[in-house]
Design a binder for this molecule. Sequence first.
Ligand code: GLN
Length: 184
Amino acid sequence: MRIAVLAVQGAFEEHEKVLWELGVESIQLRKASDLNKEFDGLILPGGESTVQGKLLRELSMLQPIRSRIQDGIPVLATCAGLILLAEHIAGDDTVHLGTLPVTVRRNAYGRQLGSFHYANGYFQGIGSFPMEFIRAPYVESVSDDVNILATVEDHIVGVQYKNQLAVAFHPELSGDYRIHEYFL
Ligand code: GLN
């Protein structure tokens, strides 16, 4: 198995490290031609979604990645990655990949709660999971066929829709690899 990690901006190295520790080969997607390489799954890391979206457009990677996702390649998206996938961003007309039928709210916890650790988050099918939130979004609403996998204080922070698994937090920073294992 080989997993491609989007590596234009953000916390991609942390995902590569988790994959390495799990004994899974990874490649970086930095430019459009990298998408011609073979891979079985895709990770969209955290970072800054506006910057990532802009780079994906400039590098002509947005449409090919969207097509791969629509064709069914498994995706794990964290934080900014979730924003890239969302069909709607609250209060913003921007759509990046737009393959995940949810509305997401960026920087949703305000300034004071910009970053926090939620020690006992619950992730469906996994159980208690330590969740790191960094200027995180949450999912404000989902279409009926989206599975809600995690909520924190009444906010949706983990969803799955067909081949797309998306979380508002950073499992790659928690030292707990069970969400990556679930994805793999
Ligand atoms: N605040 C970032 C955004 O809006 C996401 C933060 C993150 O990925 N940790 O894109």
